[in-house]
Design a protein around this ligand. Structure first.
Ligand code: F6P
Length: 334
């Protein structure tokens, strides 16, 4: 049986802070809970920062107790709240953030968020606050180096349920549906959703296709005697969904076309067991890294293990989509 390695090499860190930043993702609360409870277990004082980097710049801290994180494991969103914060990209914002951390006596900072949040962490490191550990939390799964980010599995389940419902109405009306998923420039959610919902096609920014090919897919589905055709389109796809839908609807393809953007419902909801486990393991690992004195890293899931990866090796890199998954779902949907 594999044992949890609880490092004995205690660093002298006694006071840490945790924040959530960027778009919320289900499981962020579970990650805050894990950081807080593991931190307290190992003798640390744990502060929560409200509203992400915005709250950090304004010095909006709250001391967390074990009880503050009771009953949050199953909640979507983030009880510390989050924000988009352009100021953290400026030298002034970064200096203010470091000043607030030093002023509050915070020795290490835990950042839960996406690629932009990790970049914010790296900026603080470069401004002199070096003791930063990141936890990848975003539904987009666009962060390089980790098999999954906290929130992705829940979002996929939400998309799957939504597409199952859309299929009912699509089949009843003999329609083709374009279903838009989130993910910025990354097609991960679209590819995975196509496979789990049996969609006929996934349109991803990494691999744009001519509109004629999309039309052919719809027409072929009709000719094959299918009752509907579902196409998942990533939000970052080169042709906007509404424009594409209008073009397709004007063609004689057998099915008429409708389009739906699943939008923000993908970010909500109670986290799945996978996301709760991932968040708990990453939160716990974060405290282990802090205790060992390993900083400037992000926790990552690789082949079932949680490891620490240098943040500089992660930010700004594109996570490629799985060609294998695309191919499998293409074959299986025929
Ligand atoms: O990064 C998460 C995400 O939901 C993206 O998929 C989406 O493009 C973006 O955030 C939306 O951002 P906002 O919440 O600022 O509208």
């Amino acid at each position: 049986m594999e044992q949890i390695e609880v490092s004995n090499s205690e660093s002298d860190i006694r006071t840490i802070a945790v924040l959530t930043s960027g778009g919320d993702a289900p499981g962020m609360n579970a990650a805050i809970r894990a950081v807080t409870r593991a931190g307290i277990y190992f003798g640390m004082k744990v502060y929560g920062v409200h509203d992400g980097f915005k709250g950090l710049i304004n010095g909006d801290f709250e001391l967390l107790s074990r009880r503050n994180v009771s009953g949050v494991l199953n909640l979507g969103g983030t009880f510390l709240r989050t924000a988009r914060c352009d100021e953290i990209e400026t030298p002034h914002g970064q200096r203010e953030a470091v000043r607030q951390l030093n002023n509050e006596g915070i020795e290490a900072l835990v950042i839960i968020g996406g690629d932009g949040s990790m970049a914010g962490g790296q900026a603080l490191i470069e401004k002199g606050f070096e003791k930063v550990v990141g936890i990848p939390g975003t539904i987009d799964n666009d962060i390089f180096g980790t098999d999954s980010c906290v929130g992705v599995d829940t979002a996929l389940n939400t998309i799957m349920e939504a597409v199952d419902k859309i299929r009912d109405t699509a089949a009843s009306h003999s329609r083709a549906f374009l279903v838009q998923t989130m993910g910025r420039e990354c097609g991960y959610l679209a590819v995975q959703s196509a496979m789990i919902s049996g969609a006929e096609m996934a349109l991803v920014p990494e691999d744009p296709v001519p509109v004629e090919e999309i039309a052919r897919t719809i027409e072929n589905s009709y000719k094959l005697g299918k009752k509907h055709c579902i196409i998942i389109i990533a939000e970052g796809y080169q042709v906007p969904m509404v424009e594409l839908g209008q073009k397709l609807d004007k063609m004689d393809l057998g099915f008429t076309t409708r389009a739906i953007n699943l939008s923000y419902i993908q970010r909500g909801g109670t986290p799945t067991s996978f996301d709760r486990i991932l968040a708990s393991r990453m939160g716990f690992k974060t405290i282990q890294l802090i205790r060992e004195g390993t900083f400037g890293v992000m926790t990552a899931l690789q082949g079932g293990k949680i490891i620490g990866l240098p943040i500089v090796d992660v930010i700004g890199k594109h996570r490629s989509i799985s060609e294998e998954y695309l191919q499998i779902s293409n074959i299986l949907s025929r």
